[in-house]
Design a protein around this ligand. Structure first.
Ligand code: F6P
Length: 398
């Protein structure tokens, strides 16, 4: 008898999450009866699922290049009771396999669902497909979604920095805030296309190393003095000096929505250096822009979906698909998998010291994921500018 398999998407979407869904359904629709779960784990709890007939299947396939999560996603607090009810829904539909595309929270919930089903004496196969722009999932070289977000950030910061470079007599400092929650992978990606020391970003701050207030002021002062402008990138999860809290915009269902550290730094620069500074939050385009999606990222997201289908057919369970980098010189990858409980044990995966201390090593690692076609702009040449407006500032014009 054919397996009955439910697939859902959870957490913040990416530019390529639908490619994983399409890869999965294309690989499995002839072998199994497929069901789509709407709105992530909430749909599982509410029994909001639909059988993928040929019309729905065709509609899903149209989303291979579309960002967002076409089944609906969301953030959902999954309690033990809610899990038990969800498993009852699967049981009543005769669904014996559950596959979810998501990040750390999604994988932890999948593992718990599997354990809960075991206690309920229901034989449930569970498989996870990785997805996160933050790249904070353990056990995989990188997660689908990250390469595209990194590409967006690298090109946006390159461009915003050239814009600032042109406007030095009016504005000297821009502080650009990236996503990434508690990790600095995305912020670090902003330097991928920097060409020489005069080019931005001049400084990148990651949550793995708290910002030292005094050093930050020195950095900005030095860049404005030497180059006439300073492009600074800060990850949303950064803290200023050890022991201070992250800057939060709001709390939704008990979850902190991070954001605003760039504005705090803008105020510090204005007050302490007396120059014009502007904070910019790079915003939701980081995880949603389809125009800057990385081709490599799309390919890998699709292949991750296909690999999950293969694991389903092989009766594997409690596993997450992983991406392995097979060569360093000429980038290549292969699909693998690891136990879900190992992913959970690994917790958040931080930007390693080796990459923080050796940015070139990080950029060599990142380049194939963001796209080898990306090119830096020509070098920035120093020009003489008499800075009328800010002649009273503490920084002499360059
Ligand atoms: O999907 C992950 C993420 O992009 C994080 O980098 C970021 O903190 C978060 O989503 C933003 O979404 P929200 O505003 O819902 O917290």
């Amino acid at each position: 008898m054919a397996k009955r398999v439910a697939i859902g998407q959870a957490g913040g979407p990416t530019a390529v999450i639908n490619a994983s869904l399409v890869g999965f359904v294309e690989a499995l629709h002839q072998e199994a009866e497929l069901f789509g779960v709407y709105n992530g784990y909430q749909g599982l709890f509410e029994n909001d699922m639909e059988k993928l007939d040929s019309e729905l299947l065709g509609w899903i396939k149209l989303h291979k290049l579309v960002n967002g999560a076409c089944l609906g996603s969301g953030r959902y607090e999954f309690t033990k009771e809610k899990m038990q009810r969800s498993i009852s829904h699967l049981k009543s539909r005769g669904i014996d396999t559950l596959v979810f595309i998501g990040g750390n929270g999604t994988m932890a919930a999948l593992q718990k669902l599997s354990e809960e089903a075991r206690q309920m004496k229901y034989d449930l196969q569970v498989i996870g497909i990785p997805k996160t722009v933050d790249n904070d999932l353990a056990e995989t070289d990188h997660a689908p979604g990250f390469g595209s977000a990194a590409r967006y950030i690298a090109t946006s910061v390159r461009d915003i920095s050239r814009d600032l470079c042109a406007m030095q007599n009016f504005e000297q400092v821009r502080i650009l805030e990236t996503m990434g929650r508690n990790t600095g992978w995305l912020a670090a990606a902003s330097g991928l296309l920097k060409n020489g020391e005069k080019d931005g970003p001049h400084y990148i701050y990651v949550p793995e190393r708290p910002i030292n207030h005094a050093l930050f002021i020195d950095h900005v002062h030095e860049a404005v003095r030497s180059y006439g402008y300073a492009t600074v990138v800060v990850a949303e999860g950064c803290t200023i000096n050890a022991y201070t809290d992250q800057v939060e915009k709001a709390t939704v269902n008990g979850r902190a929505v991070l954001g605003g550290i760039s504005k705090v730094l803008e105020d510090i620069v204005k007050t302490e250096l007396g120059v014009m500074a502007r904070a910019e939050i790079l915003g939701m385009n980081q995880r949603s822009s389809s125009t800057t999606a990385s081709t490599q990222d799309r390919i890998e997201a699709y292949e991750a979906g296909r690999e999950a289908a293969r694991l389903v057919c092989c009766d594997e369970t409690e596993r997450m698909v992983t991406i392995q980098r097979t060569t360093d010189l000429d980038y290549n990858f292969s699909m693998n998998s690891c136990p879900l409980h190992v992913v959970a044990q690994g917790g958040e995966r931080f930007l390693p010291d080796a990459f923080i201390d050796d940015p070139e090593a990080f950029y060599n690692w990142l380049r194939p994921l963001a796209g080898k076609d990306l090119q830096p702009y020509p070098i920035v040449r120093k020009r003489r500018i008499r800075n009328e407006k800010h002649k009273h500032s503490s920084i002499p014009s360059s």
